[in-house]
Design a protein around this ligand. Structure first.
Ligand code: GLV
Length: 303
């Protein structure tokens, strides 16, 4: 088989790139992996790019590029790059291990809200021995926003756990009536022009008083000032936030110390190279062969 030349680039953590290189070498032994500097030295050789939030403009000027495969599920940042070549297909990552991890995080957050475990943790820090009522899973109505790979997997896991699960997608179904009958809302929507700022004062006002909100999607879905106001008024009982407008969340942001906010450092679900490398390389092979590309992004739709 002819050697494949692929660009691998992104804002990888220490050790992450080595992990990808190892998994990709196993998935495609005939491929040669180039970093940005190597790709710039021989731009016409690059046939595919595997990217995780690459620097803006880094995919420009690669005339042989047949596929841009995101290693992230969410492609909002990638699509916002003005230097993204318009004529090269983009695919988002769909990794079954990542879907499973996201379902685990949705379960942890919902279970903790159901049983008040976040309150018990805060009480421990305050030296308080105090119990509260024990709710059953079937008493909790959970709304999952987004019915794609992650929303669908999370909703199924929550239903298996015994919760009353409803789903919503942006297909014209009115959201307010669903919010009115939800004790916990889990956000797994893609970030698009239509969903940016969706979680605002009106959104929180539509919930039953004291509801929980879990954001596992993107920070820009939420109007932070409205979330803080909803917590202050008691309209929102607790928020579990994995994602933020600016990441890392700046020091001094009110979320850091807020007693009704539980934070994760954008860690709800990582792409797992052990399974995702094969997913990515199957797509690269398809693109080179002129076959249909899986999970192709529609730039007009935004995901
Ligand atoms: C993580 O947020 C991703 O989009 O993969």
């Amino acid at each position: 088989m002819a050697t494949l030349h692929c660009l691998l680039c992104g804002d990888f953590d220490l050790g992450e790139e080595a992990q990808w290189r190892q998994a990709l070498a196993a998935a495609a032994p005939q491929a040669r992996w180039l970093n940005l500097v190597e790709a710039r030295a021989d731009p016409s050789a690059v046939q595919a790019a595997l990217v995780a939030n690459p620097p803006p403009g880094s995919l420009q000027g690669l005339p042989g590029l047949r596929l841009i495969q995101s290693l992230w599920a969410g492609v909002d940042k990638l699509l916002a790059d003005p230097g993204l070549p318009a004529d090269v297909p983009v695919a988002r990552m769909v990794d079954p291990a990542m879907n499973a991890a996201m379902a685990e995080t949705a379960l942890w957050a919902t279970l903790s809200l159901q049983r008040g475990f976040f309150t018990y943790a805060a009480n421990q820090r305050a030296g308080l021995w105090r119990t509260h009522a024990q709710r059953r899973a079937q008493d909790l109505r959970v709304l999952v926003l987004g019915q794609g790979q992650m929303g669908g997997t999370a909703a199924a896991a929550l239903a298996r756990q015994g919760y009353q699960v409803q789903g919503w997608r942006r297909d014209g179904t009115p959201l307010a009536p669903l919010l009115a009958t939800s004790d916990v809302v889990v956000n797994l929507l893609p970030l698009t022009a239509e969903t940016r700022g969706l979680v605002d004062a009106r959104f929180f006002a539509a919930l039953p008083r004291g509801a929980g909100f879990v954001n596992l999607a993107r920070g820009a879905h939420v109007v932070d000032a409205d979330l803080l106001a909803a917590l202050a008024s008691g309209q929102l009982g607790h928020a579990v936030l994995d994602v933020f407008h600016t990441e890392p969340l700046p020091a001094g942001h009110p979320f850091w110390q807020h007693p009704q906010v539980t934070m994760l450092p954008h860690a709800a679900a990582f792409t797992d190279p052990r399974s995702a490398a094969a997913v990515a390389m199957a797509n690269v092979q398809a693109a080179i062969a002129g076959a249909p590309i899986a999970h192709r992004v529609d730039p007009g739709r935004g995901y």
